[in-house]
Design a protein around this ligand. Structure first.
Ligand code: 5HY
Length: 339
């Protein structure tokens, strides 16, 4: 997966730090491209800088899309331009503030954002409300300018550390969110030092953006229009007699549509076909074992898992999507009796 990470300020040393943090948690096979605009503010402190960074940020999102990015992260804790970026990007766009808050939600009840200067607090307070977390978290400022984080001798890290200690003592925080992308390199050490999760939004966004899941389509061997099309590289039309004879009536299609073909080509990792008796045996297993009503078309995924495991990616966890419960009661009775 090609993951674009945009630092919306123009400080290249911060972009390098953000890129390194992203790469350190990326799944194998994820290619991280960390960029920043050529023009705009050197750091984003408050609403004015936020507004100024937008043209550069959106230019980078559009350029990343042309280079084939499959997801993007806006690596600034104010989540600037996130709605505009989503409006122009043909892929998911994650903000690091939202990602960090979602991650915090999985870890505990109360969190505190420790950001840079008080000028950034109104934006962060607004984001806490926007993401529905007002009852669970608050933001504090450590009193460090963003660019002080680029200078080890500035004492910025000590101030961040002291503010985290205050958040733990005074807010009862169960986890801390580092409220600036320029703090991305601090999360690991501070987690160990503070004895609670200290979340970097860049790492949280990388983790939330990528899935290691492989998506496999399943269809009846008698109606394998998707499999044949993907193998041929163009939409293939199969014989009506064959497609019409599968018990999986919801999958009796002679050909997939052009849009489906484009979508499946892009997102599917393979197609497995199943035999008629396998579909019926899977249907029986789902109804009796999982107590779920399924029609034959809904049972094809389970049939693939039960009878074609060798053709599926090896994994510890497989998920079968069972879609469709519009089964004829007479047919269900026959399936349950094994007829
Ligand atoms: C950030 N500013 O993550 C924010 C943090 C802040 O340039 N990158 C910036 O202070 O609002």
């Amino acid at each position: 997966m090609k993951l674009l990470v945009v630092n919306p300020n123009t400080t290249a040393s911060m972009t390098a730090k953000i890129g390194a943090a992203a790469r350190s948690v990326a799944a194998p096979g994820t290619e991280i491209e960390a960029v920043n605009p050529a023009m705009g503010p050197v750091s984003i402190e408050g609403f004015y800088d936020e507004a100024l960074c937008l043209p550069g940020l959106l230019t980078e999102i559009a350029a990343g899309a042309r280079r084939g990015a499959e997801a993007a992260i806006v690596a600034c804790f104010d989540d600037p331009g996130i709605d505009a970026a989503r409006a122009i990007a043909p892929f998911p766009v994650l903000g690091i503030c939202e990602a960090a808050m979602r991650m915090a939600g999985f870890l505990g009840h109360r969190f505190t954002i420790v950001t840079t200067l008080p000028i950034s607090l109104p934006a962060m307070d607004g984001l806490i409300r926007r993401y529905g977390m007002a009852e669970r978290g608050r933001a504090r400022a450590a009193g460090v300018p963003v660019l002080a984080l680029e200078d080890r001798a500035s004492g910025a890290v000590e101030k961040v550390r002291a503010e985290i200690r205050r958040a733990i003592a005074e807010d009862g925080a169960e986890c801390i969110l580092l409220g600036c992308a320029g703090m991305a390199d601090l999360a690991r050490d501070l987690t160990a030092e503070m004895g609670l999760p200290v979340i970097d939004g860049v790492a949280a966004a990388v983790k939330l953006s990528g899935s290691r899941a492989k998506v496999i389509g399943v269809e009846p061997a008698l109606a394998s229009d998707a499999q044949q099309s993907l193998r041929a590289g163009h939409v293939v039309r199969i014989a009506a007699e064959s497609a019409a004879s599968t018990v999986a009536d919801g999958l009796r299609t002679q050909s997939i549509g052009a849009l489906n073909f484009e979508h499946l080509t892009k997102y599917l990792d393979g197609v497995v076909t199943v035999a008629e008796d396998e579909i019926l045996r899977a249907m029986r297993q789902i109804i009796t074992g999982a107590r779920l009503m399924t029609e034959p078309s809904g049972a094809v995924t389970m049939a693939a898992w039960m009878f074609h495991a060798a053709e599926l990616p090896s994994s510890r966890k497989a998920v079968a999507i069972i879609s469709g419960g519009n089964a004829d009661p007479k047919q269900v009775a026959e399936v349950l009796e094994g007829r």
